[in-house]
Design a protein. Structure first.
Length: 147
C-alpha cells in the first residue's frame, strides 16, 4: 500500500503542529522545516482547515494550529479522508474478474491496513519515536541532529 504525497503532507503538517500545541505556526515555517513546497502545503492546509482538523487564525500574528487535541485525531480517519482511491488493482475490465478471488483478498488486506491505522491517534504517533521538534529544527538549520 502506498499513500499519496497529499496524505504524506497532511500527516507532516499534523505532526509538526502536534509537537507545538502551545503556539501558532505558519505554512512557510512548516515547509522550511520539511524542505517541501509551500504551495503544495497551502492546498493541504486549506483542506485540513475545511475538514476541521486545523484552525486558521488570520492577521499579522496569525497562523495555524490543531483544531482539537492530538488524542482526538485518528490516523485511520485522516488517511481515509485524504486518500481518494484505495483500489489496489483495477478489476473492472479484467476478463477473469467474475471468477477471481484476488479482489476479496485484497479488500480484506486493505481493511486490515485501515483497521490498524484506526487504532492510533496523532498523540500515539507523536509518542512513538521521540522529539520531532529537535529533529526538525536541526533539519531547517541544514545540520543533522546530534544523537
Amino acid at each position: 500500500m502506498r499513500l499519496t504525497r497529499y496524505t504524506d503532507y497532511a500527516m507532516r503538517v499534523l505532526l509538526y503542529l502536534g509537537s507545538r500545541p502551545d503556539r501558532l505556526c505558519s505554512i512557510s515555517e512548516i515547509a522550511t522545516a520539511y524542505g517541501i513546497s509551500q504551495n503544495h502545503l497551502m492546498k493541504v492546509v486549506s483542506d485540513l482547515v475545511g475538514a476541521g482538523y486545523l484552525e486558521s487564525v488570520r492577521g499579522r500574528s496569525g497562523g495555524i494550529r490543531l483544531a482539537m487535541p492530538t488524542k482526538q485525531i485518528n490516523v485511520g480517519e485522516l488517511i481515509r479522508y485524504t486518500e481518494d482511491d484505495f483500489d489496489l488493482v483495477e478489476c473492472g475490465e479484467c476478463v477473469i474478474a467474475p471468477a477471481c478471488g484476488l479482489t476479496s483478498v485484497l479488500d480484506e488486506a486493505l481493511g486490515a491496513f485501515l483497521d490498524i491505522l484506526g487504532r492510533y491517534s496523532l498523540a500515539d504517533v507523536l509518542a512513538k519515536k521521540g522529539d520531532f521538534t529537535h529533529l526538525l529544527h536541526a533539519a531547517s538549520q541544514g545540520s543533522r541532529p546530534s544523537a
